[in-house]
Design a protein around this ligand. Structure first.
Ligand SMILES: CC(C)(COP(=O)(O)OP(=O)(O)OC[C@H]1O[C@@H](n2cnc3c(N)ncnc32)[C@H](O)[C@@H]1OP(=O)(O)O)[C@@H](O)C(=O)NCCC(=O)NCCS
Length: 344
């Protein structure tokens, strides 16, 4: 599948698609004025034809609603895009093409760093299209009447799109990605290592490690973010070396609710800057793309390697905020913790 600019040569095809019953039903009252519109190329719009193996199957239009000439969307801030999309022939419906076209169009919109969200306006009665957009992560905003049409306005935030992907980010040596079942065995080996657990409550056996991974995945579903699996890109034999991620601590303390950044890596990969490399990129992403106003990190006072990572990625500690971790029993040697913060 690829998207290419629509040209005047597409006139007959677009007119033909415009007459198809499912296209008419989705947009009964608009005249796209193809003859004049295909002949011009304003900088607030892209009109694109989707092709599969060289065959044109659909159309997508991307506009900047703040600059679009007719002000169809009314007053709009400058950082949005709006998409219209359709599959041309009925025979090409229900084959996954629409999803793929939208993925390409969405990627194209968010490739511009300033773009914060994408709008769409299916007819309110078009439940099939509404489900389709919801599956892509669009959220319902409001009912709105555009000209003669009752529409349902939906919006896709950059952060919601970003968090859906298999890979959350990549650095020169690391990929942070969704968990796979194959990660469970190497994760259990990491959690069984007494050196890894030195500043954690205890080592974990295989069952405990699997249950922990299950909790991480469940929270990922619940929060949209979590402790992502870390994969080493410069070391093909290491598809999983631990986790680096973001999490909402579930215990209560002076600084909760909050989002923490945390890490746990296989000892074979310590001491070469990997935790710092991944955490630095993730912290930046959290404060910019994900628009968190603050991220915290904490560790047992004695965990100097972890504290060093916090410092290297630009987080700051106020000793007045040191705290006793509420999940550890009184008198536990690791109970005293340090807190680091980084604001946007
Ligand atoms: C914390 C952890 C992820 C660090 O991984 P890493 O890839 O080795 O980290 P980096 O190489 O990016 O940075 C570690 C820094 O700590 C320093 N360091 C390591 N051990 C140290 C120690 N005992 N005392 C002081 N500094 C230490 C390193 O020298 C390095 O700093 P530098 O680059 O200025 O030399 C890893 O040790 C780990 O998985 N530990 C077990 C799990 C854990 O404790 N997680 C944190 C819970 S809060």
């Amino acid at each position: 599948m690829r998207l290419r600019p629509a040209t005047f040569d597409d006139l007959a095809l677009l007119r033909h698609w415009d007459e198809q019953a499912h296209v008419v039903a989705s947009d009964p009252n608009d005249d796209w004025e193809w003859e004049s519109e295909l002949a011009r190329d304003p900088d607030w719009r892209e009109q694109l034809v989707a092709e599969v193996a060289g065959r044109a199957i659909g159309f997508v239009q991307i506009i900047d609603p703040a600059r679009e000439e007719s002000h169809y969307w009314g007053e709009c801030p400058a950082n949005l895009r709006a998409i219209d999309v359709w599959i041309g022939d009925e025979a090409d419906l229900g084959r996954g093409y629409g999803t793929r076209i939208m993925e390409l169009a969405i990627e194209r919109c968010f490739a511009e760093p300033g773009v914060e969200a994408i709008l769409i306006d299916p007819l309110e009665s078009n439940l099939r299209a509404r489900k389709f957009y919801e599956r892509l992560g669009f959220r319902f905003v409001e009912r709105r009447r555009f000209n003669e049409d009752d529409c349902a306005v939906y919006r896709l935030e950059r952060r919601d799109w970003r968090l859906r992907g298999e890979t959350i980010l990549q650095t020169p040596r690391l990929r942070l990605r969704a968990w796979r079942d194959e990660d469970l065995a190497p994760f259990a080996a990491i959690n069984a290592d007494p050196e890894v657990a030195r500043y954690l409550p205890s080592t974990l056996n295989r069952d405990e490690s699997d249950a922990f991974a299950e909790r991480i995945r469940a929270r990922m579903d619940e929060d949209g973010f979590g402790f992502w699996a870390a994969e080493r890109l410069d070391h093909p034999a290491s598809p999983f070396i631990g986790f680096i991620g973001l999490s909402r601590p579930r215990f209560e303390a002076d600084f909760t609710p909050c989002v923490e950044i945390g890490w746990r890596l296989d000892r074979a990969h310590w001491g070469i800057g990997l935790a710092s490399e991944g955490a630095q990129a993730l912290l930046h992403c959290a404060l910019t793309e994900l628009r968190l106003s603050e991220v915290v990190a904490f560790s047992a006072v004695e965990n100097l390697a972890s504290r060093r990572v916090m410092e290297k990625i630009g987080m700051q500690r106020d000793p007045a905020e040191d705290f006793d971790h509420p999940s550890l029993p009184p008198g536990h040697p690791l109970k005293r913790h340090v807190l680091y913060r980084k604001r946007r």
